[in-house]
Design a protein around this ligand. Structure first.
Ligand SMILES: *Cc1c(COP(=O)(O)O)cnc(C)c1O
Length: 370
């Protein structure tokens, strides 16, 4: 039997491959590759899905964050409050625009930014809060928006793992000044390569980002400012527009499998199942358990044909890339603990009950054997 992957995209392609091929062929037949019809259509549909006035298709999730910060005029001398247990793409743009990342700790149960830590980290230079809706669960946006309002800060949502996740009634990417989405292939909504989007209610911000993604171009041959080539291409947009129709179903399937895992693992000693916050609708981009003997458990599962992941073994403040960069790290105790104990189990909509039962039984075997 082939191993059970952390994410198996082949199972998805087996179901909707023909539909995707037709959408790709349509773009190719029309040679409509750059900022074409498919991009405009997907932007309209994605904005409607998230519940914002605008969505701007861009080249990646990293580009989305970078363009938002640039369009907001965040740069040298400014500070951005965020977390260290995330993919490095959350802070690369902060550093690239010349601002200073300020890391605060996470809530030890939800693994998202702990709002109680934010206020103490605010200085006269703070411009923005950049929460990450990690693993498919929104950060506590009620508390974060309230702090931002009191201190006149903007909130930029890193929604790269949270397509369709809710905080109360609001969707990820619709609560702050802007949301950044990644459509990296393994995300809940994934392209056939790199792709991303910015969502916002702010018309001027959307227009600025549209210009920045396309070489600062205001009209043909006129470039108003130095931008970049960070467009979403039509082929990716065509793929995403087809897949968007399935996203709610896929997220429901992810929640179903998460529920099954939690049922089967709830009483296993030494294993902590994910905590869903009171206002959150979690979309389980990843199903992440906690285990003090994480590395041994991962090896045990690997030997039995189960692939897992670690998100993230090396927090950003310990990354070599950050060592020559000016940043502030507040107390990060919960972040450090999570880095040593979290383990991501196979999670994708096309899992079967046999898959989930096998993973859970193998974890139980690991715990009881010694
Ligand atoms: C995937 C991801 C990104 C970056 O997205 P890319 O499309 O790979 O550039 C940013 N932040 C988080 C939390 C992510 O998971």
């Amino acid at each position: 039997m082939p191993p059970l992957e952390l994410v198996d995209l082949k199972r998805q392609y087996a179901v909707i491959g023909a539909e995707l091929q037709a959408a790709l062929d349509d773009v190719i037949q029309k040679s409509d590759f750059i900022l074409g019809e498919a991009v405009t259509r997907f932007e309209r549909h994605f904005a409607r899905f998230v519940g914002t006035q605008h969505a701007v298709g861009v080249a990646s999730g990293t580009a989305a964050i970078w363009l938002i910060l640039r369009a907001l005029g965040i740069g040298p001398g400014d500070e951005v409050i965020t977390v260290a247990n995330t993919f490095i793409a959350t802070v690369e743009p902060v550093v690239l625009v010349g601002a200073r990342p300020v890391f605060v700790d996470i809530d030890p149960h939800t693994y998202t930014i702990d709002p109680r830590r934010i206020e103490a980290a605010i200085t006269p230079r703070t411009r923005a809060i950049l929460p990450v809706h990690l693993f498919g669960q929104c950060a506590d946006m009620t508390a974060i928006m309230e702090i931002a309002r009191r201190h006149d800060l903007v909130v930029v949502e890193d929604a790269a793992q949270a397509h369709g996740a809710r905080h109360g009634e609001r969707l990820a990417g619709s609560m702050g000044i802007a949301g950044a989405f990644s459509f990296y292939p393994g995300k809940n909504l994934g392209a056939f390569g790199d792709a991303g989007a910015v969502t916002t209610h702010d018309e001027a911000l959307a227009a600025r980002i549209e210009r920045l993604r396309n070489h600062g171009r205001s009209q043909k041959h006129v470039h108003q400012e130095i931008g970049s080539g960070e467009r979403l291409d039509s082929l990716q947009a065509a793929v995403l527009d087809v897949k968007l129709n399935y996203l709610d179903r896929w997220n429901a399937a992810r929640r179903h499998w998460a529920g099954r895992y939690s049922e089967l693992l709830r009483d296993v000693p030494g294993i902590t199942i994910p905590t869903v916050g009171p206002a959150a609708t979690h979309v389980f981009h990843l199903y992440v358990i906690r285990c003090p003997r994480r590395d041994a458990l991962q090896a045990f599962l690997h030997e039995r044909g189960i692939r897992t992941g670690i998100h993230y073994p090396l927090p950003l403040h310990r990354q070599p890339a950050l060592q020559n960069v000016a940043f502030t790290a507040h107390d990060l105790t919960a972040t450090e603990q999570a880095a040593g104990e979290l383990l991501s189990l196979p999670m994708f909509p096309e899992l079967t009950d046999e898959d989930v039962q096998y993973v859970a039984a193998t974890i139980r075997e690991f715990v009881t054997q010694r």
